[in-house]
Design a binder for this molecule. Sequence first.
Ligand SMILES: [Cu+2]
Length: 480
Amino acid sequence: MPNMKLTRRSTLLGMAGGLLAAPMLAYHPAMAATPKRLMMPKLDEGKLQDGLRQFSLSVAMGQTEFLPGIQTDTIGINADFLGPVLLLRANETARLNVTNLLSEQIALHWHGLNLPARMDGGPHQPIAPAATWQPEFPVLGRAGTYWYHAHQHGKTGEHVWKGMAGVIRVEDDEEASVPLPRSYGNDDFILVLQDRRFDAAGQIPYAPNMHDKMAGLQGDQMLVNGQIGPELSVEVPLIRLRVLNGSNGSIYRLHFADGHGFTQIASDGGLLASPVILSDSLLAPGERAEFLLDVSDGTPALLLAELFGAEAPFSGSNGIRDLLRIAPVRKWQAQPPLPQRLSELEAIPRQTGERRSFVLSMSGQGMMGDLLINGAKYDHQRIDFSVAAGSTETWVFENRTEMLHPMHVHAGQFHIVSRNGKPPPPQEAGLKDVVLTHPGEVVEVRMTLPDYRDKDAPYMLHCHILEHEDAGMMGQFTVV
Ligand SMILES: [Cu+2]
């Protein structure tokens, strides 16, 4: 450990002063603390009551020890930071009882699920302090890794930054019939990837500056399930990693330090048709991917995240951060090959409804304008368009900005039809609810809209860089 210069402040604060200095330096590998065991969020199966799978979720302030000896103020859901993994089963009806124990209004959105707009938890379903909101919906989704997160308009970035998010795992019969690791915490792991910027007091105030509002807020400290620098000890030769990019504004290029290959088996909306072997994977805010990692050779693997498409926020950082050390406890025999068929993924459906264009642009000169969809900022009172229930539409995102925008559509899953006129790569050939659009790119997606008609309650369509969303890069549509 380098000499810590004694300042008046650290002398006054004694031990705590030394610890307070840690966050400023901790991204340096030499400062890495002893690895902690990676914790899994609690798996919450809910309770079957009155024919409904019921969950009780309380959103409250908490205190979390990210940095040794320092309590950081956070928001959690049945926890101090983040929330439980909600286990939903296809064809059951779920009821989520969400109680707001904060002193301000919140919203909690079920990201990726096909459900009625009134149950969606967007900005039109606010939960007042001390109130309980009880959305109820049949689970129509395919098995996969979804998530839930804050969505109070103008506050989404702040609430997620503080910890208001969690994972939803949906199970169904098709996925259960494929021989894959699925024993939670043994061979099947959740990795919620986020980054945070700590102040000198070890707190994570939400204070994006002008640059952060444009680039998306990023921190220099990586968190995996709310932990800095954890280690995963593995007692089986093949593991499944369900990865969520739960960050506010960071696009991560995931890869292993030694170039270790891995296999993607699922995207946002569940299993791909066939496994895809990768040496790296790009994951934007809101996106999920499931990977299989073969560790049968007994060699530890270090998972890294490289910041993609944005300058590293802190000098001295090359933009590559250690995420997770995966340490097999022994060596095993070589593993049999994976099944080549994972699921009967439906082909891209034929368009039966409209084709719509969404131009992403920025107003004004230089880098300080408003981010717009079809020339407009979000207006809570304005429904931008309506779509016919059950119809299949083609939506074209045309990114005319200099930035990357991960575009998210509520109400279910879509297929990516093309990127700049070419078919997407195989890892994007499954179902998606977020699509990363690059500067100058034209991306075509096709989506079958829900069967739930509601002329008053809209679904949202927005950029998942939360600072862009909060600044108004969002539109809304009804299904009629
Ligand atoms: Cu954006």
